[in-house]
Design a protein around this ligand. Structure first.
Ligand code: FES
Ligand code: FES
Length: 166
């Protein structure tokens, strides 16, 4: 099949590649760029495991073709750490607050939470739950994911994290 040239930015690096028009963005990221952090759970836009940040929006990368990403700026979980190599507040939060168990949903969940906190620096619990409603987790029951996002919001704001009373 004829291939199409795409040029985009991925985790701050310029990427030029040839892709088949039928290639989904998630397959391009995982198979051509070896960025396997974004996972494939359903390929039908339900689970959110494939979520990446694209031009300032959370995008389920199984729902678009790689050719549609031409000219865009993408961040995957591989680009989430701080430039000095330390964990991003969200990564630290998920570790500290036990926001993951098997970890399958985690890259998508953290990417989604990243955009949520860009849009709302101090979300309520209800806003967090609504914000991650497109990302499914089969392990945690979500409580510790919510706590992780609250922890990260506090850390990014430079204030101590206080767990809400149960
Ligand atoms: S793999 Fe994309 S939403 Fe499930
Ligand atoms: S930690 Fe297992 S699916 Fe979320």
């Amino acid at each position: 099949m004829a291939k199409t040239q795409v040029s985009l930015t991925v985790n701050g690096a310029q990427v030029d590649a040839l892709v088949e028009p039928r290639t989904l963005l998630i397959h391009f990221l995982r198979e051509q760029l070896s960025l396997t952090g974004a996972h494939i759970g359903c390929e039908t836009s339900h689970c959110g495991a494939c979520t990446v940040d694209l031009d300032g929006k959370s995008v389920k990368s199984c729902t678009m073709f790689a050719v549609q990403a031409n000219g865009t700026d993408i961040r995957t979980i591989e680009g989430m750490a701080n430039t000095d190599g330390t964990l991003h507040a969200l990564q630290e939060a998920f570790r500290e607050m036990h926001g993951l168990q098997c970890g399958f949903c985690t890259p998508g969940m953290i990417n989604r939470a990243y955009r949520l906190l860009q849009e709302n620096k101090n979300p309520s619990e209800a806003e967090i739950r609504m914000g991650i409603s497109g990302n499914l987790c089969r392990c945690t029951g979500y409580q510790n994911i919510v706590k992780s996002i609250q922890y990260a919001a506090a850390k990014l704001a430079g204030v101590p994290f206080q767990e809400a009373a149960e």
